[in-house]
Design a protein around this ligand. Structure first.
Ligand code: FMN
Length: 401
C-alpha cells in the first residue's frame, strides 16, 4: 500500500496505549506518508516527544502558547496542513473535550480548528468505554462525521476484559488508507447506512433481553458496500465480530439508541437494515438489580413496542434514502410474510431468510435468502454470508447506477 504524498497529523493523547502510536508512525512512514505529531496535555506522561520526533522525522508539537510557533498562527496551520487528522490513542478525556467543542490544549484546539476529516482510535478501560457519557460523546462525534476505528475487545492493562483496547496499528493504518485513498468503484461518492447485530433491551442493570443475531451478515454487507467504494456508516448492536475495515462503526445497545444513531447518520443514498432489532423492550427497566426473594413469585415483565427503524427510514420524506433494504427473519411462510413485510414497512427490497433452528442461519456462517423486490422474488442458493453480502452489494450498485 502506498500513501506517498499524503500527510497525517497524528494526535497522541494520554492513555496507556500511547506507546502503540510509535508503531503506527513507523507503518505510516513505511507507506510513504508524512507524519506530524501533536501531544495532548497528558500524553507526555506516557510517551516521549523525542521518540515521536525521531520516528516521524518531523517536529512534534505540544504547546498551544508557544511564542515561536504562534508568531505564524501555528495551531491553525497545523490543523489545516494535513490531509487527515488521526487521534490514536484517543482517551476518554480528549473525546469528551472534542464532543464539547473545547479548545484547552493544542490537541483539542487543532481538532476544533481543522477543516479536514478526523479519525479517532479510542482506547480506555472497558467501564470508561461503556459509560453513558462516553457512549453519548461517541454518538455525537459520529453524527458530526468523525470516523472511528476500534476499539477492540480483549484483555486490558488494568486486568479487566472487554471492549476498549486500541485497534492494532495495522488496522488503524488500513482505516487511514481507506480515508486517504478512497476505493474506486461503482458506489464511490455514495453514503450507505447499515444496521447490524442484535439489540440488548435492559431488564435491570445486569440482565437484558437479546436474540441470537451475530452481526455477521450485516457486517459483511457493510464491508461489501465499502469494497465497492461507498462511504459506510455501520450502526451495530453488541457483537463479537470485528469491525469491517474502512467503515465507520457506531456502537449502540438498545433499539431506541439504534434508531437515534441511524437518523443521525442520514442523509444516505442506501439503507440496509440487517439488525435483528428487538420488537419489544421492558416498559420500565429497574435501576437496581431485581433481587430473588425466597418464596416470592418471579417478577412480571411488562413489555412495550420498540420503534420500527425500517419503517421510519422507509417513510417518504426529504431524508429517505433512495434505496431502503430490510431483512425479514421468518420461520414460517417465508415468501408471503416477507412480501407482506415489504408492503407494510414501505421499503424497496426485503432480504428474507428462514431462521428456523434447523437451518443454523441465526449466528451461523451461511445464509440462504430470497430477494423480494417490487417486481417479484428471487431465490438465491445457500451461500457464505460474505458471498450473500457481495451479491447484494452488486445488486444495490446496479440499482443505483
Ligand atoms: C497509568 C494511567 C493509564 C491511563 N490510561 C488511560 C487510557 O488508556 N485511556 C484513557 O482514556 N485514559 C487513561 N488514563 C487517564 C487519562 O490519562 C486522563 O484522563 C488524562 O486526563 C487524559 O488526558 P488527555 O486529554 O491529554 O488525553 C490513564 C491514567 C493513568 C494514570
Amino acid at each position: 500500500m502506498t500513501l506517498a504524498g499524503k500527510r497525517v497529523l497524528l494526535v497522541v493523547s494520554g492513555g496507556i496505549a500511547a506507546y502503540k502510536a510509535l508503531e503506527l508512525i513507523r507503518l505510516l512512514r513505511a507507506a510513504g506518508c508524512g507524519v506530524t505529531c501533536v501531544l495532548s496535555r497528558s500524553a507526555a506522561q506516557f510517551v516521549t516527544k523525542l521518540s515521536l520526533q525521531a520516528l516521524s522525522e518531523s517536529r512534534t508539537y505540544d504547546d498551544l502558547f508557544s511564542l515561536t510557533d504562534e508568531s505564524e498562527m501555528g495551531h491553525i496551520q497545523l490543523s489545516r496542513a494535513a490531509d487527515l487528522l488521526v487521534v490514536a490513542p484517543a482517551s476518554a478525556d480528549l473525546l469528551a473535550r472534542m464532543a464539547a467543542g473545547m479548545a484547552d490544549d493544542l490537541a483539542s484546539t487543532v481538532l476544533l480548528a481543522t477543516d479536514k476529516p478526523v479519525l479517532v482510535a479510542p482506547a480506555m478501560n472497558v467501564r470508561m468505554w461503556q459509560h453513558e457519557a462516553t457512549v453519548a460523546n461517541m454518538a455525537l462525534l459520529a453524527a458530526r462525521g468523525v470516523r472511528v476505528v476500534g476499539p477492540e475487545e480483549g484483555p486490558m492493562a488494568c486486568n479487566e476484559f472487554g471492549p476498549g483496547r486500541l485497534a492494532e496499528p495495522p488496522a488503524i493504518l488500513a482505516a487511514i488508507a481507506a480515508l486517504l485513498v478512497p476505493a474506486a468503484g461503482p458506489l464511490a461518492g455514495r453514503h450507505a447506512l447499515v444496521t447490524s447485530g442484535p439489540t440488548h433491551e435492559p431488564i435491570d442493570p445486569v440482565r437484558y433481553i437479546a436474540n441470537r443475531s451475530s452481526g455477521r451478515q450485516g457486517h459483511a454487507i457493510a464491508a461489501a458496500l465499502a469494497a465497492l467504494g461507498a462511504r459506510v456508516s455501520l450502526v451495530s448492536g453488541p457483537v463479537g465480530v470485528p469491525d469491517p475495515p474502512g467503515v465507520t462503526v457506531i456502537r449502540v445497545e438498545t433499539a431506541q439508541q439504534m434508531l437515534a444513531a441511524s437518523l443521525a447518520a442520514l442523509p444516505a443514498d442506501i439503507a440496509v437494515c440487517a439488525a435483528a432489532v428487538a420488537d419489544w423492550r421492558v416498559a420500565s427497566a429497574a435501576g437496581r438489580k431485581i433481587k430473588k426473594t425466597p418464596g416470592a413469585p418471579p417478577p412480571a415483565l411488562e413489555l412495550v413496542a420498540n420503534p420500527d427503524i425500517l419503517a421510519t427510514l422507509s417513510a417518504p420524506g426529504p431524508t429517505r434514502p433512495r434505496l431502503v433494504v430490510g431483512f425479514a427473519a421468518e420461520t414460517d411462510a417465508l415468501a408471503e410474510n416477507a412480501a407482506a413485510k415489504r408492503a407494510r414497512k414501505g421499503c424497496d427490497w426485503i432480504v428474507a431468510n428462514d431462521v428456523s433452528p434447523a437451518t443454523g442461519i441465526m449466528g451461523g456462517e451461511e445464509n440462504s435468502v430470497h430477494l423480494i423486490t417490487a417486481t417479484g422474488a428471487e431465490d438465491w442458493p445457500r451461500l457464505p454470508k460474505s458471498d450473500v453480502a457481495r451479491r447484494l452489494a452488486a445488486r444495490i450498485a446496479a440499482a443505483l447506477a
